[in-house]
Write a protein that binds this ligand. Structure first.
Ligand code: GLC
Length: 751
C-alpha cells in the first residue's frame, strides 16, 4: 500500500476509534495515548524510546550508506522518537515531514537541544544567574531562551541542570546553581517555569529537563564523569530536593547521568528512577538518558554488552536512549526473551507520547516551524534588554577598599588591561552551541561607552584564539611579550581595570581543573601592574570559584563577573561606572586553596569543631579552615545595617522571624537578606547552618525596612536515613544577615 494511502487509512482508523466517544466527551490526552499505543507494534513502541543526534544536512543529498543511512531508514520506519541537535525551521520541517508522512503511524518527533543559558541571545552562565538571587530575572532569562529556541524548531531543552556541587574543580559548576539546596531548588523552579510557561502547547514554550539525576556534581576529586560516593543524608537532604522541586514545578522530562552513585550507574538505577522519581514523587513525564549513558553501562562494568545495557536501562526506568542505539538494536529482542516486560515498554512510551501531546505536536507537527518567528525572534532587542538586566544582577562585588569603585566618569585616565578585556567570544561561556561566535559585547567596548579616556593594553597572551567546544584551551605559560607595554600603560593612568580569568571553554563539560588559580601569566601581570599603580580594579571572568588569595589580600577592588553572555561589556560598564549598584551574592564558596575542597558553608559541626591548644581538633596544619569568600557574600556601593531581630515561636504552625535592615550609605542599593537555621540536636546531625529563606530588597539611602520570614515544618524538617521527612523538637539557632558568615543571631525552641 502506498505510504500516503496507508498513512491516511491509519489516521482514518484512529479518528474513527477516537470519535466513538460522544462528541461532548473531550478525549483526554491519556485516552488518546492509549488509543495510539494500541495501534503500535513493539518495534514502533521501541522506536519512540530512541533518540538520534542530528546526522544529515537535510539541504544536502539523502545519506545512502553507513550510520547516517541507517538513521534515515529508521526515521522512515517510525523507529525514532526524537532528534537532538537539529535546528532551523527548514531542517526540522524536513525531518518532521519525513517521519509524519513516511512512517506508518506518523508520530511526530520531539526536537531537543542544549539551550542552557540562551540560544542566539546568550544569557549569563547559570552559576552567574544564581548569583543574582533574583527568581524573576532568572525565570525571564529562561523565557527568552525558550522564545528563541522555539523559533528555530526546538521544543525541548536539556535544562535546567540542578546538580548541587561543592567542588569548583568540576567544570560543570558553571551550569548549575552552586552549592546550596534551598537556593538551588528555588532556581530550578524558576527555570522550569521560564522554559515551560503555563501552556506547553504555546508556540514559544518548550519542554524543560531537570538534570542530571542524580549526584553528578559529587564526582570524586571534581573529575568529570567520575564516581560519586555520598551518604544517605547528603543524597536525601542536599542532592535530591532541587529535582523534587523541579518535579513539583511540573518539569516534563528528567535526564539521568554518566556517574555511578554508590556503586550503581544512575542510568541503571531503578532505586532513583523508579522508586524515588516515578513512585515516591509521582513524576509522570519521561526520563531521557544522557549522551550514550545507556551504552556506557558496559564500560562501567554494569552490563556485559549493549543488549544487556538495553535491558538494564529499560528496567531501571530510563525511558529514552540518547544516541547509544542500545534500545533500537536490542530492546525488541529483550522483550521477546522476557527480559523486559512489554508493560515497562508501554509505560515508557505512554510517558513520551503524553509529552508530545502536551506540546501540541499531534495537532500540528509543524507548529515550531514558523519561518516568520525564525526571522523575528532571534537576537531580538527585547531579549538583549532581558539578558542585560540578568547580567548586571549577576555581578558580585567581592571587595571595594577605599571605595575605588565606582569609577567617576570624568576620571582622567583609565587603563584597561588584559586579553579577556577585548574578548567578545569567551564571555559567551561554553554552553552556547546555538549562538554565533564573537557576538558578545566585550568589556572594553562596554567601558568605552562611558569614557573616551581609555588606553588599552592586551598584556601577555593568555589563550589560543581558536579554542573550541571540543578541545582543551591552550594556555601561554612562557611568552611575556606585552608585559612591558601593559606596565607602561598602567604607570601613566589614574586607575587600572584589569580583566583576568578563565577562557569560556575552561569550564563546562569535560573541563575539570586540578589547579584553580588564574591561568597562565595573568597573576604575574597583575602583580607587575600593581607594583606601578595601586588603584587596580580586578574584573574576574570565570566559570567557577577560583583560588585568588593574593589577589584578595592585595587588590583594592574585585568584581566577580563570571561569563555574562551577549551583554557582558554593557553590564560590567554599568557597574564599574556606578550606573547600576551591584547586588549579587556568591552561590558557591571561594576556597583559599584546592586543598580545602570540598569546602561549603552548610557543613556539619564534627566532634572537634573548636580550636584546641594541641593538634587534636578538626583543622589543617598548613591552611585556615575558613574560605576566602563565603557563600552568600557580596558587597554594595552602599552599606546596610541589621537590627531588631525578633523571633516568635508561639504559634505551633510556624515561627515568625523579623529583622530591620537599614541603608546606612548615600545611594540606593539592593540587599539579599538571608535567613539561616541550625537544628542543634537531631537524630541525624544537621549542618551548622542552612539557608531557609531570602528576600532581595531595595532601599533608598538612610531608609529602613522590616523584613519578615515564616518558618514552617517544611523549612525546619529534614529527611532521615529512611527517607522520611521529619521535624524534631529541640533548640534551633537562627541567623539573619548579609552572608552565611555575617548576621544577627537568635534561637527558639521547637516543641
Ligand atoms: C552531554 C551532557 C548533557 C547534555 C547532553 C546532550 O554529554 O552531559 O548535559 O544535555 O549530552 O548534549
Amino acid at each position: 500500500m502506498k505510504p500516503l494511502a496507508k498513512h491516511s487509512f491509519i489516521i482514518l482508523l484512529y479518528l474513527t476509534l477516537s470519535s466513538t466517544m460522544t462528541m461532548a466527551q473531550h478525549k483526554t490526552i491519556s485516552q488518546k495515548v492509549d488509543s495510539l499505543l494500541n495501534l503500535m507494534t513493539l518495534e514502533e513502541k521501541v522506536g519512540q524510546m530512541n533518540q538520534y543526534n542530528g546526522f544529515w544536512d537535510v539541504t544536502g543529498p539523502v545519506p545512502e550508506e553507513g550510520n547516517a543511512a541507517i538513521k534515515y531508514e529508521h526515521l522512515k520506519k517510525g523507529w525514532v522518537g526524537s532528534m537532538l541537535n537539529v535546528t532551523g525551521v527548514e531542517n526540522v520541517r524536513k525531518l518532521q515531514k519525513l517521519v509524519v508522512e513516511e512512517s506508518r503511524l506518523g508520530i511526530p518527533l520531539i526536537f531537543g537541544f542544549d539551550v542552557i543559558h540562551g540560544y542566539k541571545t546568550v544569557a549569563p552562565i547559570p552559576l552567574a544567574e544564581a548569583a543574582s538571587w533574583d527568581m524573576e530575572a532568572i525565570e525571564n532569562s529562561a523565557r527568552i531562551a525558550a522564545d528563541e529556541a522555539s523559533a528555530v524548531g526546538i521544543n525541548w531543552t536539556f535544562a535546567p541542570m540542578v546538580d548541587i556541587s561543592r567542588d569548583p574543580r568540576w567544570g560543570r559548576v558553571m551550569e548549575g546553581a552552586g552549592e546550596d539546596t534551598y537556593l538551588g531548588a528555588q532556581i530550578a523552579q524558576a527555570r522550569v517555569k521560564g522554559f515551560q510557561g503555563d501552556n506547553l502547547s504555546a508556540e514559544n514554550t518548550i519542554v524543560a529537563c531537570a538534570k542530571h539525576f542524580a549526584a553528578y556534581g559529587f564526582a570524586e576529586a571534581g573529575k568529570d564523569y567520575n564516581t560519586a560516593d555520598i551518604g544517605t543524608s547528603t543524597l536525601y537532604n542536599a542532592v535530591l530536593p532541587p529535582f523534587q522541586a523541579a518535579v513539583d514545578a511540573n518539569v516534563r522530562t528528567v535526564m539521568n547521568g554518566f556517574n555511578v552513585l554508590n556503586g550503581v550507574p544512575v542510568t541503571g538505577s531503578a532505586f532513583l528512577q523508579r522508586d524515588i522519581l516515578k513512585e515516591k514523587w509521582g513524576f509522570d513525564g519521561f526520563v531521557i538518558s544522557d549522551w550514550a549513558s545507556i551504552g556506557e553501562l558496559v564500560p562501567h562494568g554494569f552490563a556485559k554488552d549493549l543488549k544487556q545495557a538495553a535491558e538494564l536501562g529499560a528496567n531501571a526506568g530510563s525511558d529514552m536512549d540518547m544516541e547509544s542505539s542500545a534500545y533500537v538494536l536490542h530492546l525488541v529482542n529483550n522483550v521477546k526473551e522476557g527480559k523486559v516486560s512489554e508493560e515497562k515498554i508501554d509505560d515508557a512510551v505512554r510517558r513520551i507520547l503524553t509529552v508530545k501531546y502536551e506540546l501540541g505536536l499531534f495537532d500540528d507537527p509543524y507548529k515550531y516551524c514558523n519561518e516568520k518567528r525564525e526571522k523575528e525572534r532571534l537576537y531580538h532587542e527585547d531579549h538583549q534588554a532581558g539578558v542585560l538586566d540578568m547580567a548586571k544582577k549577576s555581578i558580585v562585588l567581592l571587595k571595594n577598599e577605599g571605595n575605588l569603585l565606582p569609577i567617576k566618569k570624568n576620571q582622567s585616565k583609565i587603563a584597561v588591561i588584559g586579553e579577556l578585556a577585548n574578548d567578545n567570544n569567551s564571555p559567551l561561556g561554553s554552553w552556547r552551541l546555538g549562538s554565533d561566535n564573537h557576538t558578545a559585547i566585550s568589556v572594553l567596548d562596554g567601558l568605552k561607552k562611558y569614557s573616551n579616556n581609555i588606553t588599552y593594553a592586551k598584556g601577555p597572551k593568555v589563550f589560543n584564539p581558536d579554542a573550541s567546544f571540543l578541545n582543551h584551551v591552550q594556555v601561554n605559560e612562557t611568552d611575556t611579550s606585552g608585559m612591558e607595554e601593559a606596565i607602561a600603560v598602567a604607570k601613566q593612568s589614574d586607575v587600572v581595570v584589569l580583566v583576568l580569568g578563565e577562557h569560556g571553554f575552561q569550564s563546562g563539560e569535560g573541563r575539570s581543573r586540578a589547579q584553580l588559580g588564574l591561568p597562565g601569566l595573568q597573576l604575574n601581570l597583575l602583580k607587575e601592574v600593581y607594583k606601578v599603580n595601586k588603584n587596580v580594579v580586578l574584573i574576574l571572568m570565570n566559570g567557577r570559584p577560583l583560588t585568588i588569595e593574593w589577589e584578595a589580600e592585595n587588590i583594592p577592588a574585585i568584581l566577580e563577573t563570571w561569563q555574562l553572555g551577549s551583554q557582558t561589556g554593557n553590564a560590567i560598564a554599568q557597574v564599574v561606572f556606578g550606573e547600576y549598584n551591584p547586588s549579587g551574592k556568591l552561590p558557591m564558596t571561594f576556597p583559599r586553596s584546592v586543598g580545602q575542597i570540598p569546602i561549603y558553608y552548610n557543613h556539619n559541626s564534627t566532634g572537634r569543631p573548636n580550636a584546641q591548644p594541641n593538634v587534636f581538633w578538626s583543622h589543617y596544619s598548613d591552611e585556615k579552615n575558613d574560605p576566602l569568600f563565603p557563600f552568600g557574600h557580596g558587597l554594595s556601593y552602599t552599606t546596610f545595617a541589621y537590627s531588631n531581630l525578633t523571633i516568635d515561636s508561639n504559634n505551633p504552625e510556624y515561627v515568625s522571624v523579623e529583622v530591620t535592615v537599614t541603608n546606612t550609605g548615600d545611594r540606593t542599593g539592593e540587599e539579599v537578606v538571608q535567613l539561616y537555621i541550625h537544628d542543634k540536636v537531631a537524630s541525624v546531625v544537621r549542618p551548622v547552618k542552612e539557608l531557609k529563606g531570602f528576600k532581595k530588597i531595595s532601599l533608598a539611602p538612610k531608609s529602613s525596612q522590616k523584613v519578615q520570614f515564616t518558618l514552617t515544618n517544611k523549612e525546619l524538617g529534614f529527611f532521615n536515613n529512611a527517607y522520611e521527612f521529619v521535624v524534631e523538637p529541640g533548640e534551633f539557632g537562627i541567623m539573619v544577615g548579609t552572608s552565611s558568615q555575617t548576621g544577627l543571631h537568635g534561637n527558639f525552641i521547637k516543641n
